[in-house]
Structures are given as C-alpha cells and as structure tokens.
Design a protein around this ligand. Structure first.
Ligand code: TXA
Ligand code: MG
Length: 311
C-alpha cells in the first residue's frame, strides 16, 4: 500500500502504463484503475473483480480536453461539464470513431461513460498517465463498494499491483450517471450528485432502469448486438460464414479472425468486441469457436449468448 505523494503517484502511473492495476481514491468510492486504451489491462479489471459479464466501465479523464478525444460533446453536456466537473457526475456520450479507448471498456457500445473525478490523487494519476483510466469500484463483483483503502486491501489486495491510500472517500456513494440523448438527458443511475442539481441545468430528467434496452429511434442501444447471425460453439465453418476462432482451430477450419491463437482468455476478451464489429461489417453470419466457460470465459460467453439470442 502506498500513500498519495508525488513519488507514489509516479510509481502508480508507471504501473498503469505497463498494463497493471492500481486502486485509486476518488471523491465517491475507490476505483480499480487501468489504462482504458489497453485491452489486456481492461480485461485484467474484469478478472480481478470476478465480474461474470462485461458491463461497460466508466472512463476517468482530467477534464473537457481529454473527454473530447473520446466522445462527441453536445451543448447540454458542455453545460453540465462546466458546472459539475471535476465531480461525481458521469456522462454517457456518443463515442467518437477515433476514440482510443478499448472496445472492451465500453462493452462494444457506440457510447462511452466519462467522468472527471475531484480527488487530487485521482487527478494526479490520470494526468501522469495522460490517457483515460477505466475504473469500476474496487470491490469484488456483488460486494459493497469500498470507501477506504483498507476495504480494498481486505478484498482485492492479491489481485492489484498498487493500492493508493488517500483516506476515506468524501461521498461514499458512486457518481450519478446521466445519458445525453439529443437535446435531452436521462438519469441512468442516481448517485452522489443530487438530481435537483443536475435538473437546474437540464430541466426534468427522465428516469430509466439501467438495464433497459433503449430502442426508440435515435437512441442508443444498451447492449451491443451485431446485425450478423451468430452460431456459437461452432466446430465447422459454413460457406457463407465468417469464423471467429479461439486457440487451435478445428481440423480443416481456417478462422477469419482469431480471438486468441494461443488460447488466452484475457487476450480473447480484449479482442472480442472489436473483432465482432469487424466481422459484422463484412459477413451475414459468424460462427464462433467454443470458448471455455472458466475465468473471463464466463463473461465472453455471456456476451456471445446475449448477442446470439436475438434470433
Ligand atoms: O463513482 C463512480 O462512478 C465510481 C468511481 C470509481 O469513479 N465508478 C463506478 O464505475 O461506479 P463502474 O464502472 O462500476 O460503473 C459502471 C456503470 C455500469 O454499471 C453501467 O451501467 C454504466 O456505468 N455505464 C458505463 N458505460 C455506459 C454506457 N456506455 N452506457 C450506459 N451505461 C454505461
Ligand atoms: Mg460498482
């Protein structure tokens, strides 16, 4: 466990730049941070948390300038940013095609959740790394969110490279998440910034169940769903199919793309959404190799099954 001195933040930034995991204090809860542009590092977050599926993660930025490298920022979002950043407000915005963040961090969605935290250690860390940091709360899946470095150490110490102890979190509750859709704003998760504060800028917020799939025209889908038909557990490749491999391909099958030729689940997770997008654009059907259902394989299979179930 380190403190939050300049030297500690330098060390933590070096660890993140080499693909490691750092627990960092924010004003809401402790976050489990990794370089959001490094797919393998993002995969390591899911492994450490033991998350059964790949929920999109919040990407933490130093402010508006870094946010603009990732997302389109409509006028209403700009007003909210001017008023509440740095602070406990996360904005879900359209992802730019040039966004450097790994598609695993955004779970293959065409949107990205961005927030600029207020804690000086978090700001110092992101600034040193110079890239967005993906950071969910630093707790094992389905456990309480940690508000002290001790909480993090008790539950995750063996899975994290560095824990930065910046004292107890001021808010103790996760950020409020707002999705900007056209000229309106939707409340996705109530949190540390009160609704009334946000509504003083946006007018009335529409409430929305976080799990709801938004299907109305012009709105964004909550879960990535390819247009191509997916065939899972495939040991053969049909004539009109693309084949998405994993590990050694079956006899006689040439994969169009391979999630991980060496059969590594973290590498496969980091390639999953990007490769599905690529094949989706070029094929009407995608056969997917069997993926072992252990470790990150559970998350990969969860997403594949959701994507395949639409048909
Ligand atoms: O206070 C916080 O927000 C903490 C600290 C560490 O900053 N972070 C946090 O991150 O709670 P995380 O990754 O656990 O929150 C992710 C939530 C997901 O449950 C998801 O619902 C929502 O953010 N989210 C992320 N990206 C999204 C997207 N593109 N569209 C809709 N919801 C998104
Ligand atoms: Mg959480």
């Amino acid at each position: 466990m380190l403190g939050v001195s300049d030297a500690d933040l330098d060390r933590a930034a070096a660890v993140i730049l080499s693909g490691g995991l750092v627990a960092m204090p924010t004003e809401t809860v402790y976050g489990l941070a990794a370089d959001a542009t490094n797919g393998l590092a993002v995969a390591a977050i899911y492994t450490a948390k033991g998350r059964p599926s790949f929920n999109p993660l919040i990407c933490h930025v130093t402010g508006l300038a870094m946010a603009e490298t990732c997302a389109e920022i409509p006028p209403l979002a700009r007003e909210l940013i001017a008023r509440f950043w740095p602070g406990p407000l996360t904005l879900v915005l359209p992802r730019k095609p040039t966004c450097p963040v790994s598609q695993l961090a955004t779970a293959g969605l065409d949107t990205i959740a961005l927030r600029s935290p207020k804690h000086p250690a978090a700001i110092g860390l992101i600034a040193r790394v110079g890239r967005p940091l993906a950071a969910p709360s630093a707790n094992p899946s389905e456990r309480l969110s940690p508000t002290t470095a001790q909480h993090v150490a008790e539950n995750l110490a063996s899975k994290i490279d560095i824990i930065l102890d910046g004292g107890a979190c001021a808010a103790g509750l996760e950020s409020t998440i707002v999705m900007i859709i056209g000229e309106g704003a939707v409340l996705l998760r109530p949190g540390a910034l009160a609704r009334a504060e946000i509504e003083s800028v946006t007018g009335l917020l529409t409430a929305l169940d976080e799990q709801t799939v938004i299907v109305a025209p012009g709105m964004m889908k909550r879960h990535y769903a390819p247009a191509a038909r997916l065939r899972l557990g495939a040991l053969t490749r049909g004539e009109d199919e693309a084949y998405l491999g994993f590990g050694e391909p079956p006899e006689g099958v040439t994969p169009t793309l391979n999630l991980s030729p060496r059969g590594d689940l973290a590498e496969a997770a980091s390639n999953l959404f990007a490769m599905l997008h690529t094949l989706d654009a070029s094929h009407r059907a995608i056969a997917v190799a069997p993926i072992p259902n252990t470790g990150l394989g559970e998350g990969i299979n969860d997403r594949l099954q959701r994507a395949a179930a639409r048909f």
